[in-house]
Design a protein around this ligand. Structure first.
Ligand SMILES: NC(=O)C1=CN([C@@H]2O[C@H](COP(=O)(O)OP(=O)(O)OC[C@H]3O[C@@H](n4cnc5c(N)ncnc54)[C@H](OP(=O)(O)O)[C@@H]3O)[C@@H](O)[C@H]2O)C=CC1
Ligand SMILES: O=C(O)C1=N[C@H](C(=O)O)C[C@H](O)C1
Length: 252
């Protein structure tokens, strides 16, 4: 890769995309070569000579965007939600045919949120109960959040590996779904509130004690360090990386 990374942003007009356009433009080691919105032709990615595409669009569009990028050997840094296990498996198999290409699927770009996910995973097996509360702005399209779904999956895997059973819960009747969504056996509660940006708390309960692991993004600027780290790192990590921690030395 040349010294200046040629970057395209998808979702140019969105809350995250517009912030990413600014961050890439301001980065001395990057050149913004394309910024596309809904309805724009993806071939512009190829014509602009983009080396890395940043996808900050909508769940309905992101898979096709990434499929297109990979099929043209363009690395992808993806913050958009909607990447379930089936979509990830399909992407892995496409990447196997494009061995030099890297894709980062990052449920959350904020450094604190990445650490909160990791801390939740580390703590998960040491407590009887775990539940997750995610709180977001009311214009968010999906629930639960991608970060909460990923945290629940990591927590569930850690508990299973350690042989820890399900969180105790005597609920017999919940006709309205007051106990929240069951994500891999972990209850996730989604709050949508005017004034919020992106917040999450993992609650872990044991005998006579509680550990709360909370992260708050008060501003979308909090995500840009991670976006830029992704852009700088993706070419050096061919294949699929799920989670920005794959590019961070956590010393674990
Ligand atoms: N990983 C992370 O750290 C973060 C991830 N996110 C995720 O990023 C995504 C975007 O969030 P946010 O910016 O708040 O959402 P917005 O709705 O503000 O922005 C999405 C933008 O994408 C545009 N768009 C839709 N389809 C396409 C397409 N095919 N090509 C290009 N642009 C398209 C939309 O256009 P139109 O308005 O016309 O629909 C809109 O401008 C969400 O999935 C969100 O959950 C958000 C914050 C942090
Ligand atoms: O839509 C958002 O705003 C956010 N989406 C991501 C998610 O669903 O986890 C990341 C962050 O929580 C903000």
């Amino acid at each position: 890769m040349s010294e200046t990374i040629r970057v395209a942003v998808l979702g140019r007009d969105g809350r995250m995309g517009s912030e990413a356009v600014r961050a890439v433009t301001d980065a001395a080691d990057m050149e913004l070569v394309a910024a596309l919105g809904r309805g724009d032709d993806l071939r512009e990615l190829v014509m602009s000579g983009a080396q890395v595409v940043v996808d900050l669009t909508v769940p309905a569009a992101t898979r096709e965007n990434v499929r297109f990028a990979v099929s043209h050997g363009i690395h992808a840094v993806v913050g958009t939600t909607g990447w379930d296990d089936a979509a990830l498996a399909q992407l892995r198999s496409q990447l196997a045919d494009s061995p030099g290409t890297g894709v980062l699927i990052a449920p959350n770009f904020a450094v604190g949120a990445v650490l909160a996910m990791k801390f939740s995973e580390l703590a998960a097996a040491f407590f009887d109960s775990v539940e997750i509360v995610e709180l977001h702005h009311p214009r968010k399209l999906d629930a639960p959040s991608g970060t909460a779904a990923r945290t629940a999956a990591l927590v569930a895997a850690a508990r299973e590996k350690a042989g820890v059973g399900a969180s105790p819960d005597a609920t017999e009747s919940d006709p309205l779904g007051a106990r929240g969504a069951d994500v891999a056996g972990v209850h996730v509660h989604s709050v949508r509130l005017q004034g919020l940006v992106a917040h999450q708390e993992t609650l872990l309960g044991g005998t006579g004690e509680q550990l709360s692991i909370r992260h708050d993004s008060f501003d979308r600027a909090s995500f840009m360090t991670g976006v830029l780290l992704g852009v700088r790192s993706v070419a050096g990590h061919p294949g699929l990386t799920h989670g920005l921690d794959g590019y961070m030395d956590l010393g674990l």
